[in-house]
Design a protein around this ligand. Sequence first.
Ligand SMILES: Cc1cc2nc3c(=O)[nH]c(=O)nc-3n(C[C@H](O)[C@H](O)[C@H](O)COP(=O)(O)O)c2cc1C
Length: 175
Amino acid sequence: MSDLLEILLKRRSIRKYTGEAIPAEKLEEIINAGLLAESGRRICPWELIVVKDKDMLKKLSECREGAAKMLAGADAAIVVIADEEKTDVWIEDSSIVMANMHLMADHLGVGSCWIQGRLRNTPDGELTEEYLRDLLGYPKNLRLEAILSLGMYDVHPEPHSLSELKIEKIHYEKY
Ligand SMILES: Cc1cc2nc3c(=O)[nH]c(=O)nc-3n(C[C@H](O)[C@H](O)[C@H](O)COP(=O)(O)O)c2cc1C
């Protein structure tokens, strides 16, 4: 099996963190993995907001009903926003940034989880995008994609296995 497939099999979402600090060089590598994402016409419409402040992480954890609560115990969050005026594929571009960072985090032994931001609401019914805009100060043309929660972990879930792949979803030549 290729090294990359093994890395992909091992990747899991991790929501429980020890509170230990993520080594700075690991956080830098995670961010670099995001910045290395392919991008339509190489426009790279995204911006990353790295949050380490504990009070702010607590506030960010309230951006969704339940789905973001791990941020209260995270060591860092990376909020991915993008300029929708620069390209109509800002969602695709931003998703690849998220996926690259999530995969790199797992590879480096750092737990992480994608938190959906776009099209979601706070428990009070406010758009998550606007709630975070007020907290983080990004301008109107920058749209929220998602948040990556990050922290060190004690327990890594079992890797995926090739036997669970949904091979029935593959269609050859025609549907
Ligand atoms: C687009 C997308 C949105 C997601 N949103 C959330 C979320 O808001 N909160 C959360 O805890 N997990 C979220 N996840 C993580 C998924 O729940 C997780 O990837 C899935 O359960 C499979 O588990 P695994 O990542 O460990 O393989 C999201 C994942 C993706 C790709």
